[in-house]
Design a protein around this ligand. Structure first.
Ligand SMILES: Cc1ncc(COP(=O)(O)O)c(C=O)c1O
Length: 278
């Protein structure tokens, strides 16, 4: 495989040889934020929105971000150019930076941009739908995409054991919030329902809401665990999974166990939307 080049604190380096100071707060305290997007036709999808979310995430954890949107954009474009991948995943990571006392954030955080080839999920996930499990967990500061994905790693280990492809976080109030790296939607009668509180505002979620706006009644409200019994369809969304139909949650089969009609309409609309980007 060709060598992958990353941007790390002002330099373009071979990814295998990239390094951060050992006292970086990202390493010793898990203090930092990131964002993740992909290209379609070589163009970063919703780049501005992802950079804005990165800025919002940083603000929510009090992390100074001394780069403008334009500077980050230019660094991403240059990293993409140096790698020349047909389609790329892009990970923008901002860690707290090197700290003398291992806890006080320094003036200058670290900025890393990583790219990798886009790999597709199995076609059958989209054609037949997938199984999810639920876990009683919540993310810390859910509207921020922080470096702390410990709950996601634990939940994904559990979902793997249950032959599921993702886990949905359920909070103390029995609200089904979101997946480990996905947003969650259900369809009930004519309504498309997705939670608004205590979730990350996924960029794919926004696109889906936009595409659905003139076709379905959109309701942003809590989804209770008990609502899963009466829903007609369910799906998850994310930059790398796009729109993925869900046909089973824990032991519950969703409707007839096949991807729902409205989900398939949205999948087609999303495909059309991303394929004509240039
Ligand atoms: C917790 C969480 N929710 C939702 C999403 C989906 O966001 P997006 O559509 O911007 O990829 C992600 C993405 O990684 C995530 O980590």
């Amino acid at each position: 495989m060709a060598q992958v080049i990353s941007y790390v604190n002002g330099k373009y380096v071979i990814s295998d040889q990239a390094s951060l100071p050992i006292n970086d707060l990202g390493i010793v305290r898990g203090y930092g934020v990131f964002d993740y997007l992909r290209t379609y036709n070589g163009i970063p999808f919703k780049l501005q929105e992802h950079i804005q979310r990165l800025q919002k995430s940083a603000e929510l954890i009090g992390l100074n971000l001394p780069w403008s949107t334009q500077e980050i954009e230019a660094l991403i474009q240059e990293t993409l150019k140096r790698n020349n991948l047909p389609e790329a995943n892009i990970r923008i990571v901002v860690t707290g930076g090197a700290s003398d006392d291992f806890i006080t954030p320094p003036e200058q955080p670290s900025l890393v941009i990583l790219v990798s080839p886009v790999s597709q999920y199995q076609v059958q996930y989209y054609e037949q739908g997938v199984k999810l499990i639920t876990v009683q967990m919540e993310r810390f500061i859910p509207q921020a995409k922080t470096l702390n994905y410990i709950s996601a790693i634990i939940a994904l280990q559990q979902s793997k054991r249950a032959n599921a492809i993702d886990a949905l976080y359920v909070n103390q109030q029995s609200h089904v919030l979101e997946g480990t790296t996905t947003n969650f939607f259900i369809v009930r009668d004519s309504q498309l329902i997705t939670p608004k509180e205590n979730v990350l505002y996924g960029i794919t979620r926004n696109v889906v809401l936009e595409l659905a706006k003139n076709r379905f009644e959109i309701v942003e409200q809590p989804i209770y665990y008990s609502d899963l019994n009466s829903c007609d369809e369910a799906f998850i969304t994310s930059s790398n999974k796009e729109i993925m139909p869900v046909v089973q949650i824990d032991d519950l089969q969703i409707s007839n166990g096949k991807p729902g009609e409205k989900t398939q309409i949205l999948m087609q609309l999303f495909k059309n939307y991303t394929s004509c980007l240039s």
